[in-house]
Ligand binder design. Structure first.
Ligand code: RIB
Ligand code: CA
Length: 345
């Protein structure tokens, strides 16, 4: 199977970082060709997301352009998510010297350029607010026909909300951008909470990774344990949802999920429902796909434990394999449990 040509648009945060590691490993093992990354404000500021993305790719031993994108949503105010991802967006590991610089190109220009250079082949995977993607579609509407696929982590049609009762974080942060993307007629695959809430990591899932002692393994364990602790502090069980890694996996192989075409719109005005994904189940999908504006192929089922097992296996392989020539330890790369043990004796 030829390597899938991928451009990632991310708000690197903890699960974006894990998704980037997954794609970087697929790149190094010939299943993907990561052509670049674009960053967008969401989990943290776009400056921090850019620095975090550069750090993760450096640790992954991958040199691809990282282009800074939108610093705020199209219309609303930016509200970052330090309660889940840490103040720096990378579980406290987003500090220390940066050896790589972002590309001078804007993320929107990078989307348009790569979509022209790889017309019909490029898979754009967006795991943050859709601000950059919407801006690119407004600048050049024909982008919708040049992309092979747009895979979005966002929304939800039965499992509606995580940041509010009605809305998922990426769609809540920039509902106007989600509306522009949905109305563009781009061949859209939506990997929303309906499936990402079925794929989560708990302490027992780290066993395979526990056996690896490299800076990469320590960094990955740190991210996962930080995320589990964040969800526990927010009142849930100590588990970390692999929202963005599932979207990345679907971008490389759509067979991870099953679903159907759904007529979709996004609420942009509701006082309690802003950012909500509204599915019109009255409309049955016609035979021809991809549908026009207002339609998305929505992932509805996933074999959660099978995916988590696959993801943790790939992460352990990366941690072993990338360790061979990966750079020095990242600041937060120490194993959280070791730190806890050290702190409490
Ligand atoms: O709702 C989860 C999504 O919002 C993930 O992409 C997470 O990184 C945040 O961006
Ligand atoms: Ca994200």
């Amino acid at each position: 199977m030829a390597a899938v040509k991928v451009l990632a648009d991310v708000d690197t945060g903890v699960d974006d970082a894990l998704a980037l590691i997954y794609v970087a490993w697929a790149h190094r093992t010939g299943r993907a060709q990561l052509l670049g990354c674009g960053t967008v404000a969401g989990n943290c500021t776009v400056e921090q997301a850019t620095a975090n993305t550069l750090r993760v790719l450096e640790l992954a031993g991958l040199e691809v352009p990282v282009a800074r994108g939108a610093c705020r949503p199209l219309a609303g105010a930016l509200r970052t998510a330090p309660e889940v991802h840490g103040e720096d967006g990378l579980a406290g590991a987003g500090v220390g010297p940066l050896y790589r610089k972002p590309s001078p190109e804007h993320a929107v220009d990078q989307i348009l350029r790569l979509s022209r250079q790889h017309a019909g082949e490029l898979v754009l995977v967006a795991t943050g607010p859709l601000t950059n993607v919407a801006m690119a579609l407004v600048l050049e509407p024909e982008l919708a026909r040049r992309l092979a696929r747009l895979v979005v982590m966002g929304g939800g049609v039965r499992d509606l909300g995580n940041v509010t009762a009605a809305a998922e974080f990426n769609f809540y942060t920039d509902p106007e951008a989600a509306h522009v993307v949905l109305e563009s007629g781009v061949p859209l695959t939506l990997v929303g909470l309906d499936v990402t809430h079925q794929v989560y990591v708990e302490e027992t899932d780290l066993a395979r990774l526990q056996q690896v002692d490299t800076p990469q393994a320590r960094f990955a364990r740190h991210l996962l344990r930080f995320g589990m602790e964040a969800y526990r502090r927010l009142g849930g069980p100590a588990r970390f949802y692999l929202h963005d890694p599932l979207a990345a996996a679907v971008a490389l192989d759509a067979r991870w999920v099953s679903g159907r075409w759904v007529s979709l719109s996004v609420e942009t005005r509701g006082e309690r429902t802003r950012g909500m994904c509204v599915a019109d189940w009255r409309r049955q999908p016609e035979a021809a796909v991809p549908h026009g504006p207002g339609w998305a192929w929505v992932a509805l089922q996933v074999e959660g434990r099978r995916f988590v097992g696959h993801f943790m296996e790939e992460l352990a392989r990366w941690a072993r394999g990338a360790g061979a020539d990966g750079p020095a330890e990242l600041a937060g790369g120490r194993d959280t449990r070791d730190e806890r043990a050290a702190a409490h004796g």
